[in-house]
Write a protein that binds this ligand. Structure first.
Ligand code: AMP
Length: 193
């Protein structure tokens, strides 16, 4: 199995590059943002509670997203691997993911991060907001809050994987194919370890 975390702030290009990695490595895509939006669309209790936080640019509680990931891993027993997109976003989430993958005897291969400057993130998210219909992409103040949540709660997750020697970063601005090739090289480097 090949299990990868694709990391980076909102607007770094995780969605786009996830798709490329899924095609290449035949992975199951697990995006907690997508799963939460689907709960909202289905009007579930979980979705209703999560929406208030998401619309305020804040993270939803760890136990909510950990539960969703646990279910999705169990629903895909034949998978050749998973790509985690937008998860883990806190150190307790990373610890929970390690425990879940340990149960499957398939530890995380690596976390690969897309690095993009904040100014570019805001520009990209506002542009995406014109077509995504996502309220959290349409307001510069809200985008600022999401980036702040990332800097305070999510960025430490990189250190968590650095101490395990499972972290690599790739510059996320420029030619998409080149960024993809750099991500693949980083993954291959960790795979042969
Ligand atoms: P995303 O689609 O990854 O940008 O996520 C959109 C929103 O969903 C975030 O701003 C959070 O409110 C929530 N969210 C997504 N993934 C997580 C996570 N792993 N932990 C906590 N909140 C999350």
């Amino acid at each position: 199995m090949l299990n990868i975390v694709l990391f980076g702030p909102p607007g770094a290009g995780k969605g786009t590059q996830s798709q490329n990695l899924i095609d290449k490595y035949k992975l199951v895509h697990l995006s907690t943002g997508d799963l939460l939006r689907s709960e909202i669309a289905n009007g579930t209790d979980l979705g209703i509670k999560a929406k208030t936080l998401m619309d305020s640019g804040l993270l939803v509680p760890d136990e909510v997203v950990i539960g969703m990931i646990d279910n999705k891993i169990s629903e895909n027993p034949q998978s050749e691997g998973f790509i985690f997109d937008g998860f883990p976003r806190t150190v307790p989430q990373a610890q929970a993911l390690d425990a879940l993958l340990e149960k499957k005897n398939a530890p995380l291969c690596c976390m690969v991060a897309l690095e993009v400057e904040e100014q570019e993130l805001v520009k990209r998210l506002l542009l995406r907001g014109k077509t995504s219909g996502r309220p959290d992409d349409q307001n510069e103040q809200l985008i600022g809050k999401r980036v702040n949540e990332y800097n305070t709660k999510t960025a430490p997750v990189a250190d968590y994987y650095k101490t395990q020697n499972k972290f690599s970063s790739v510059y996320g601005i420029g030619d998409l194919d080149e960024i993809f090739n750099n991500l693949c090289s980083a993954i291959e480097k960790h795979r042969v370890k």
